[in-house]
Design a protein around this ligand. Structure first.
Ligand SMILES: Nc1ncnc2c1ncn2[C@@H]1O[C@H](COP(=O)(O)OP(=O)(O)OP(=O)(O)O)[C@@H](O)[C@H]1O
Ligand SMILES: [Mg+2]
Length: 445
């Protein structure tokens, strides 16, 4: 059955959703099972000693005992000049992200029995053209040519509008409390039914699930003795931090729990994180004030992100914004990405591009022989070898390349990456999004 795929690669979790086509209509977005026990997988890669790369749950298991060969936290570092060190290897964050996306596409392809008609991948609202181009280039190298990039708050708007009335001209504020950061944004529905990003901000101070884990971890570490001379101390600390994360998540529904027999109550936890949550709400209010929309045009404040499950978050937000808040279901970004992908498929078309005449160049001059002493650099895992983690992906992706022409519709952006010189008369193109972005903290990259 034809389908489109939405993917959200977050700092800590990666989720995907599909919309299947039945006859001439598209079904609602459905979350795909990527993990062994959960719909999502951790955003983790593990470089195994045999050269292979493990992804998600299995990578996470290996990362506990061998953190040096694991990569995490790379998704928001796309386009960074400083590469990610994994073991002795250096990797670009966009290449690691492309490996993960290729694995997701392959996993969904295997489950659905076919390649997606189109893929929409979400990205932080503050990314400029440079980061988007770097990611699209890495995706193309992974044979993923039919990907459209979409800012996360726009995906949240798409998902929200699928279940609520949002008329053209109405705006939504988005409060996304994930693992790595708090993102706040205002999006507005256009007459065409899509959303434009009016303004966005990302917390400068650590403010998100990871920092809440740190707070609980510090609270426990103040009491629990850890032998720092133990050669396995990193494994011990990694496990202890994981217990803190589990305790934090449990406290969203339970009243108290314990970590290594130290009791933590929900009230204690809330007191610990309250200043950070209040600072985040101030940030949201600043973002709303900076948006060029009158207050009455703001239909709702959509609360999303895994950390929004903490009851204190919606309590404080609702107290500030009264009845305008709506708590979105989990994996809203992935759902919205799949919904946006639906609207890209009907407009599918290919573009005829004339083949350029080969330039006549003079032959290169003779060069003198040069003796080179090779540098002693650590072995690198080439990107294409990394992509070899998903042998099926190339074939799967090749089957969907022709669908890429759809990217020329609603979310097309003038700064789409420059294409390599076309060698066929009919080419497919890869696009980005049509949104206005307030650059926050990344110098417009
Ligand atoms: N029930 C829960 N209670 C509290 N926190 C939770 C709960 N479920 C998940 N989380 C936290 O939500 C965070 C993951 O949320 P989400 O998937 O939205 O983040 P992300 O997209 O990976 O990160 P980011 O958007 O910052 O890049 C983690 O810190 C996780 O511990
Ligand atoms: Mg997220």
């Amino acid at each position: 059955m034809p389908y489109v795929l939405g993917i959200d690669v977050g700092t800590s979790r990666t989720a995907a959703a599909v919309c299947r086509q039945t006859g001439s209509t598209w079904a609602d977005a459905e979350i795909v099972q990527l993990g062994t026990h959960a719909p999502e997988v951790p955003t983790v890669l593990y470089f195994a000693a045999d050269g292979g790369i493990l992804v998600g749950d299995t990578a996470q298991q290996h990362a506990i005992t061998d953190p040096a060969n694991a990569a995490r936290g790379f998704a928001r570092r796309v386009g960074d000049d400083v590469p990610v060190m994994v073991g002795r290897e250096t990797c670009a964050a966009e290449e690691l992200t492309a490996v993960l996306v290729a694995w997701v596409v392959n996993t969904v392809n295997a489950a659905e029995g076919a390649a997606p008609q189109h893929i929409v991948l979400t990205h932080p609202a503050g990314w400029g053209g440079y980061r988007r181009r770097m990611l699209l280039r890495a995706l193309r190298q992974a044979n993923l040519d039919n990907v459209t990039l979409l800012p996360e708050p726009v995906a949240v708007g798409e998902s929200h509008a699928a279940g609520h009335d949002v008329v053209a001209g109405q705006a939504l504020a988005v409060y996304d409390l994930g693992a790595g950061s708090l993102s706040s944004a205002v999006v507005r529905r256009s007459p065409a039914g899509t959303f434009e990003l009016l303004t966005s901000a990302e917390s400068v101070e650590p403010n998100g699930g990871d920092s809440f884990d740190d707070i609980v971890f510090e609270h426990i570490r103040a009491v629990v003795e850890v032998d720092m001379t133990d050669p396995h101390v990193w494994t011990t600390l990694t496990r202890l931090r994981q217990m803190c994360t589990q305790a934090k998540e449990f406290l969203s529904t339970g009243g108290e729990t314990s970590v290594r027999e130290i009791r933590v109550t929900r009230t204690e936890f809330e007191d610990l994180i309250r200043p950070a949550v209040e600072a985040g709400i101030e940030e949201l209010l600043r973002t709303i004030r900076s948006a060029p929309v009158p207050a009455e045009d703001l239909a709702s404040v959509v609360i999303t992100g895994g950390s929004a499950s903490i009851p204190l978050v919606s309590e404080l937000l609702t107290a500030q914004l009264r009845n305008r808040t709506v708590l979105a279901p989990d994996f809203t970004c992935a759902r919205g990405a799949a919904i946006a992908a639906r609207s890209l498929v009907p407009a599918r078309r290919t573009e005829v591009v004339p083949v350029p005449a080969p330039a006549t160049e003079p032959p290169p001059p003779d060069r003198p022989d040069v003796d080179l002493t090779p540098l002693d650099l650590p072995a690198t895992r080439s990107f294409m070898r990394m992509i070899g983690v998903n042998r099926g992906v190339a074939g799967a992706a090749a089957g969907v390349v022709l669908a890429a022409g759809v990217a020329l519709t609603f979310y097309l952006r003038p700064d789409a990456p420059s294409q390599p010189a076309p060698v066929h008369a009919v080419v497919a193109s890869t696009s980005s999004t049509s949104t206005q972005t307030q650059q926050t903290g990344e110098g417009g990259r």
